[in-house]
Design a protein around this ligand. Structure first.
Ligand code: FAD
Length: 625
């Protein structure tokens, strides 16, 4: 009866619903297909799948499973069922609802749906529900129940850096009606694209517009992986994802188990993001670098900026603000130095360094999804990046016990920022230093697969090389970047070694496999790069990775040096609730450079929360963050 059914109401999640490749409708179909409905019916023990109303079901997650332990490769879905929408069925078919019971990992009951929207909608809703009034055109605002004497002046905030952290902080504050200036030392994506082209083709490095600096931050010319270690289903991550969809990302990122954009999709997305911010009245200043903070009595009251492009009509300028959000990423080493000059607290932190390994993508496909190659049509699909099956990737990790003389008791070595179908790129911002990373386009159709193999390092390692103090981690990075530049012989040429030769500690003399890196490679013994315990950790881990992914140690695989900027070597301590620096009032350090994020999504989430915290501080709303 209806009353009995009531206790089953709400939302049920059904996990591990497998659909074979040939019955799956493909990447861009996000509704419930007939094949998936049949799997749902099986789990629900409902006799006629076609009688189930598709509108009662929503796909939450889809991933591809080609593990060799599977009888056949398949897509695996998580689906949400809304019991209310089943009640249009005839009552005599309701039986299966009363048989529902939670089963760990297979079926879950959540009585209430958590509706999460994109940030623009979320803030519009908050404005309606919270005690909130928008500042009027003259900047006058007032809260009906706030006893605080609210400023009658519209608050002015500077956001320094237009990476994911800066952009999301900017969006939140601008939506709340704050007078925001977004200051970015690099160029807008159109000009930045030309600067990166000149670097990759003609070796001309623009020190202020490159793979690290410019609109969208370090993540623009990247692989655009949107995976994060923050709970994938958390409201904050979903809100960021939906905001990206609002600005042009495909909806599939909302359900894809391993969402990915690629540089070609990120560029138009950033243009739409910029347009929206400008429509909200944000003053965006590209080619403008913050050189210093203006501090009065321990309060940050503004910034000194200069023309970093050399083309604007000013040399330097003082700008006054009520608060400064610092979202500069971790390659802005000059900013760390500047912060020290104001006695800002900076703490060295653990990060990881290593090498970038590149295999032929075909080899990784064979290792990972070799069993789909028995269907030749599918093999071609995998190769072209156009079919249903995602290009194969991998993720490996190994814990390594500290050896004799190793300053660390234990390290881990793991694959990081794996770019299937991608290319190795130079992320140096100074020609005397060499560091690399990986990027890809949305189809991931290049013939190479690259990933960093990174070993964890801590302040003990920095001290062991004679580096001490808050920026010891930066000095440590720089040391290996300079060594790598010398080993390559300069001009951004990257030192390389065949994986097999690295294992045998011998120079790769002939027959270097081709590399996707465009500025040239030079054979070198990469054992000469790092302290011996880091090289040992890499060697031991590669041995273990080869057990997991047979063929990983190959004469076709090439190690490239050096990968140093896996995450920030510094943290800028801040109050966890207000996001304000613990040593400088009015400064809000956020994102990767402040040591609170590692990756596009986590940086965006951090920027978003900082935006809410600051809006709350400015008395613009009183709800939860
Ligand atoms: P950033 O993105 O570094 O942005 C900081 C911005 O501040 C920059 O635009 C910089 O120009 C600006 N700035 C710095 N100093 C100043 C100043 N003094 N004045 C004005 N502006 C300033 N992460 C993923 O999650 N997935 C990936 O696939 C991925 N691939 C990557 C590929 C590459 C090649 C690189 C380099 C990084 C990749 N990352 C990836 C990491 C990711 O890009 C970063 O984690 C993320 O961009 C950090 O965001 P952020 O906003 O904190 O800082």
């Amino acid at each position: 009866t209806q009353t009995e059914i009531d206790k089953f109401k709400g939302f049920w999640r059904l996990f591990k619903l497998g659909v074979p490749i040939d019955r799956d409708p493909g990447k861009d179909f996000l509704d419930i297909s007939d094949a998936l409905l049949q799997e749902v019916a099986k789990v629900l023990e409902f006799p006629v799948a076609s009688m189930l109303p598709p509108e009662a079901f929503t796909v939450l997650r889809k991933s591809f499973d080609a593990r060799k332990s599977q009888k056949e490769p398949k897509f695996v879905y998580t689906v949400e069922m809304d019991v209310d929408k089943l009640l249009n069925l005839e009552p005599r078919t309701w039986d299966f609802i009363s048989r529902l019971e939670p089963k760990i990992g297979l079926i879950e009951h959540t009585p209430h749906e958590k509706i999460v929207g994109d940030l623009v909608n979320v803030i519009q809703d908050k404005k309606k529900t919270d005690q909130y009034t928008l500042p009027d055109q003259n900047g006058h605002s007032g809260s009906p129940n706030s006893s605080n004497s609210r400023s009658t002046k519209k608050s002015k905030v500077a956001i320094v850096g237009s990476g994911p952290a800066g952009l999301f902080a900017c969006l939140v504050l601008a939506e709340f009606g704050v007078d925001v200036t977004l200051i970015e030392r690099g160029q807008a994506v159109e000009k930045r694209g030309r600067d990166i082209g000149a670097l990759v083709v003609r070796r001309i490095l623009q020190t202020e517009s490159n793979f690290c600096f410019g609109e969208g931050g370090a993540g623009t010319w990247s692989d655009g992986k949107l995976v994060t270690r923050i709970g994938r289903n958390s409201g904050s991550v979903l809100s960021v994802m939906k905001t990206l969809v609002r600005f042009g990302a495909p909806e599939s990122i909302l359900v894809d188990g391993k969402p990915h954009l690629g540089t070609d999709r990120l560029i138009p997305l950033l243009r739409n993001f910029r347009q929206h911010l400008q429509d909200l009245g944000v003053n965006i200043r590209f080619g403008t670098r913050v050189d210093d903070l203006i501090v009065e009595n321990g309060d940050v009251v503004g910034v000194n900026v200069s023309d970093s492009s050399g083309r604007l009509q000013f040399s330097s300028e003082k700008l006054g603000f009520d608060a400064v959000v610092l979202a500069v990423g971790h390659s802005a080493r000059d900013v760390y130095q500047m912060l020290l000059s104001h006695n800002t607290e900076l703490v060295p932190k653990d990060f990881a360094i290593g090498l970038r390994v590149e295999h032929p993508q075909e080899l990784i496909n064979m290792i990972q999804v070799g069993n789909v190659y028995q269907y030749s049509k599918l093999a071609n699909e995998v190769r072209s990046g156009r079919g249903k099956i995602p290009v194969a990737d991998y993720k490996v990790v190994q814990y390594v016990k500290g050896q004799e003389n190793d300053v660390s008791q234990q390290r881990s070595c793991y694959s990081f920022c794996m770019c299937p179908g991608g290319q190795v790129v130079v992320t140096s911002i100074d020609p005397s230093e060499l560091c690399i990373n990986g990027m890809s386009f949305s189809r991931r159709a290049s013939k190479w697969a690259n990933a960093a193999l990174a070993v964890t390092v801590s302040p003990n390692d920095f001290n062991a090389l004679g580096f001490h103090g808050p920026l010891s981690g930066v000095q440590f990075q720089r040391e290996f970047e300079q060594r790598a530049a010398k080993m390559g012989g300069g001009n951004f040429v990257v030192p390389v070694q065949i994986v097999k030769d690295f294992m045998d500690n011998k120079l790769s003399e002939t027959n270097l496999p081709s590399s996707s890196y465009r500025l040239g490679v030079k054979a070198a013994n990469l054992h000469d790069l790092f302290p011996v315990h880091i090289t040992d950790a890499l060697q031991n881990s590669i041995m273990a990775f080869d057990q997991e992914l047979p063929g990983f140690i190959s004469s076709d695989a090439l190690l490239h040096g050096v990968e140093t900027r896996t995450s920030s070597p510094v943290q800028i301590p801040r109050n966890p609730d207000t996001f304000e620096s613990t040593s400088l009032r009015g400064l809000y350090p956020v994102g990767e450079g402040a040591g609170y994020a590692g990756g596009i999504v986590s940086a965006a989430v951090d920027g978003m929360y900082a935006g809410f915290a600051l809006a709350k501080r400015l008395d613009l709303y009183e709800g939860d963050i």
